[in-house]
Design a binder for this molecule. Structure first.
Ligand code: Z2T
Length: 830
């Protein structure tokens, strides 16, 4: 960043130890923080001391802008977006904050002057794994874009003490270990003990009468604890806006159980304390809901009530009455995890702030908007009524009341249609009866959106069809995006430099400018530079893989990468079928001339998802045999990169040649990894699913390897009585592949290990791998051939990057602001 810009950011030419952005200021501040915060001097400082001293140095510079932003917001009282999400996957902060402040270079020099390498400190940072995958990472990209677009926003969530488990591969299978990310402290967070709210749980309700003789309801809980705010600054790129990521941590309510102490029940009080702290202890590691897990419901309610109480507090400081709450805040529900907010806001307004029901409902239904992230029926959240009543008795009453009024509306519109009333009810009447959270979210929201065109259409046609028929005006699409700051500038500095040199620096904030690259797509010199960038990222990844997995891979081979949660619908095993196909072809024809490939996998399986864990076992088993077999050496390599994370993604996306996006059409809501790969010049091999459809539209059909059934064909194939067994018998090559896996070839002769997977494929195959197999193999062959034509491949790669501008999360957020939140940018000066 230019010096002038840096001065503008700083607001002054005066450099202080807390704000200065020059090399000298940063070095002085670093030493100061090392001494006064760590009690260390350079000669004895550990890597962690150095990391923290630098992190605090950067945080000081954020705080400065943070305070300026808070002041500006207080003065102007702007409309504010509140993003409610049970998950955030922000990735490491240090590099991103340096980038957004524009001080990476002076910082690098400041440290070099002390004999310290910035890259070693960046590498040392432990990332907050407070999410499972796409949904949590999307929330983090949105926070980045909101700040960069200078839109006032707060991200609310849970400060899990233990995030997503660490994955180790032991004897070829996944083993989970706890993610102790706070072990060495977290320099980015600021604890706000003064911002604390009561959270009540359980008990019963009773009717009350006030002095004027009005009826009310009192909720008498049997437990109360506190949520404390822990804040992290989210700085925009090249602006002064710092928005808040406010995560709640649970603590025992002060004074609540004095009672127990007085009776001498010290143990009981301590146990209660332990129990309350359990609420924010650990993230549920499933991308599907845990039906009936009491603690999960507690977590959801915990962060929702704290967040809404916080918004009400902020609203009251503006002096405005509560019936204007929805004019101050727009609250986005990131899936149904925070959907209890609909009932909780009603409770707060009606029970705690004495608003009438109708007025409260007006506020509530103008406050919330709901994003759906999945069509998989098993992933729709519902809570058994006995559990729900036990935890949230008052909310159940409120939901019944909301539901009664809602169903009256349905009956008015559709007289005699009792089936429809049953389908739409917030309550699923099948014993033991359930609260359907998606229905609560739909009824309580003014806008409902899917996350890609296809997904939004299918939502209206399938799972939310009745709601669409009732309220078509509520339904929208907001195709996902990812931040080009983290996923191009930070992850791929070489590519960024080439882009900036060719196009100017504007592309990162306005990626439509990338289109200019099209002019260079056939330019031999430019192509050469392009290949050198990719080559250097492949070498770096190869070094990492040698170090971590002790497998040597060839940077000249085609890097074929699939990184995402392990799931049957994502079909990592289809990728494996391709690998074994090539393996067999070489075994039968040792002289076969094929494009050398390195297959790289990354991703975690939910600990309780046996088939996903078996898929990991299969990948590692195939890797073991293939990498050891001299017959295929130099042509095939397979690597499973353990413990995939945002940080590992930084090294993976830029190194990929081919991006595997294989989900059964209609199953992947959007995908966002697909975007990260393509923005870094990987070509996609994929189905017409999720955002793949739009990526292909943008980059052009010629620059995308398409295969597989469409969503409509998938539905039809299954309806017509799909028989995978017939496909298995009809395709000799496929049969050979499956038989080899079944024979124990990859499991030391043990035929039982992969039997569940094989049986499932040939007898059920709900995700239609066998139906898509032949098309996939042919498409892969095409990709392999194209890779050999390096000019053609490079041209396609350039065109991919040139045409991916649509998938910046800035575009997504601008659309949310315009169509849902009615929020506007507000510049901040320091
Ligand atoms: C998740 O990551 C996603 C959907 C979920 O549905 C849950 C989780 Cl944890 C309840 C993913 C989708 O699978 C993916 O297609 C999408 O790109 C991502 O959310 C963000 O929208």
């Amino acid at each position: 960043m230019a010096e002038s810009h840096r001065k503008a950011l700083n607001g002054t030419n005066r450099e202080t130890i807390r704000t200065g952005l020059s090399e000298e200021s940063i070095r002085a501040a670093f030493l100061d923080n090392l001494f006064y915060l760590q009690g260390r001097f350079p000669e004895v400082a550990t890597l962690n001391d150095q990391y923290k001293a630098l992190a605090y140095t950067v945080r000081d510079r954020l705080l400065h802008r943070w305070v300026a932003t808070t002041r500006a917001y207080q003065k102007a009282n702007p409309r504010t977006v509140c993003y409610l999400s049970a998950e955030y996957l922000p990735g490491p902060f240090l590099g991103n904050n340096l980038l957004n402040l524009g001080i990476e270079e002076p910082t690098r020099r400041a440290l070099a002057g002390l004999g310290i390498e910035l890259d070693a400190l960046l590498e040392h940072e432990e990332e907050p794994g407070l999410g499972n995958g796409g949904l949590g990472r999307l929330a983090a990209c949105f926070m980045d874009s909101l700040a960069t677009l200078q839109v006032p926003a707060i991200g609310y969530g849970i400060r899990y003490e233990f995030g997503i488990f660490d994955q180790v591969i032991r004897d070829g299978g996944q083993v989970e270990t706890t993610d102790n990310w706070l072990r060495f402290g977290n320099p980015w967070e600021v604890r706000r003990p003064a911002i604390a709210y009561d959270v009540r749980i359980g008990g019963y309700t009773e009717q009350t009468t006030d002095a004027q003789g009005r009826f009310g309801v009192r909720w008498v809980p049997n437990e109360v604890f506190n949520g404390i705010a822990v804040d992290t600054a989210i700085l925009g790129h090249g602006v002064n806006t710092v928005n808040l990521l406010r995560l709640w941590t649970a603590e025992a309510a002060e004074g609540f159980d004095f009672h127990a102490f007085n009776r001498g029940d010290y143990y009981g009080a301590v146990v209660r304390e332990v129990r309350s702290e359990t609420i924010s202890k650990v993230l549920y590691p499933n991308d599907e809901p845990e039906i009936g897990k009491r603690l999960r419901l507690l977590q959801q309610y915990f962060f929702v009530t704290c967040s809404l109480q916080d918004m009400i507090r902020i609203h009251r400081t503006t002096g405005q009455p509560l019936d204007k709450f929805h004019e101050k805040f727009s609250v986005q529900l990131n899936d149904t995890h925070p959907a209890i907010a609909v009932a909780e806001l009603m409770r707060l307004l009606v029970d705690e702030h004495q608003m009438g029901w109708d007025a409260a409902w007006e506020v509530t239904r103008h406050t919330f908007a709901y994003t759906n992230h999945t069509l998989l029926p098993e992933a729709l959240e519902k809570w058994p009524i006995p559990l729900f009543q036990n935890v949230l008795p008052r909310h159940l009453e409120i939901i019944y009341e909301i539901n009664a009024r809602f169903l009256d509306e349905v009956r008015l519109r559709h007289p005699f249609d009792t089936a429809r009333v049953q389908r739409m009810s917030i309550i699923d009447e099948a014993p033991p009866r359930f609260v359907r959270m998606a229905h609560l979210a739909c009824v309580g929201s003014f806008a409902i959106n899917g996350v890609a065109e296809l997904h939004s259409r299918l939502l209206k046609e399938t799972v939310l069809r009745d709601f669409f028929e009732l309220w078509p005006e509520k339904f929208q699409n907001k195709t996902n995006g990812v931040t080009p700051r983290r996923f191009v500038m930070l992850s791929n500095p070489g590519l960024s430099r080439l882009l900036t040199r060719t196009l100017g620096a504007g592309w990162a904030r306005d990626p439509s400018q990338l289109r200019v690259l099209e002019r260079h797509a056939d330019d031999a010199a430019f192509q050469q530079e392009w290949r050198e960038v990719k080559r250097s990222r492949k070498e770096a990844l190869a070094a990492r893989i040698l170090d971590r997995c002790n497998v040597s891979i060839d940077p000249d081979s085609l890097f074929d990468v699939q990184a995402k949660r392990i799931h049957e619908y994502k079909r990592q095993h289809l990728n494996v079928l391709h690998i074994v196909t090539l393996y067999n072809r070489i075994k039968f024809n040792p002289g076969l001339d094929i494009t050398p490939r390195t297959f790289i996998f990354g991703g975690k399986a939910a600990p309780g998802y046996a088939m996903a864990k078996l898929m990991i076992r299969l990948i590692n088993a195939v890797a073991d045999v293939v990498n050891r077999d001299p017959d295929v050496a130099g042509r095939l390599r397979v690597v499973f990169l353990p413990n995939f994370s945002v940080k590992l993604g930084h090294g993976l996306y830029p190194a990929a040649d081919l991006s595997e996006q294989l989900s059964t059409a209609g199953k992947e809501a959007s995908g966002t990894g697909n975007m990260k790969f393509s923005m870094n010049g990987a070509l996609t091999i994929g189905t017409l699913d999720g955002a793949n459809v739009e990526i292909r539209e943008e980059v052009g059909a010629d620059n995308f390897f398409l295969f597989g059934l469409t969503a409509e064909e998938v539905v039809r194939t299954l309806a017509e009585g799909y028989r995978p067994w017939d496909i298995y018998n009809a395709n000799l090559e496929l049969k050979g592949v499956i038989d080899l896996i079944a024979s124990g070839h990859f499991s030391h002769g043990d035929r039982t290990v992969f039997q569940p997977l094989v049986d499932h494929l040939v007898w059920h195959d709900n995700y239609l791998l066998l139906a898509d197999y032949a098309g996939y193999i042919a498409c892969q062959e095409q990709a392999g051939l194209t890779y050999r034509d390096s000019r053609q491949w490079t041209r396609m790669s350039i065109l991919n990057v040139a045409r991916m501008g649509k998938f910046s999360s800035d575009r997504t957020i601008a659309e949310y602001c315009r169509d849902i939140w009615r929020a506007e940018p507000m510049a901040v000066d320091v």
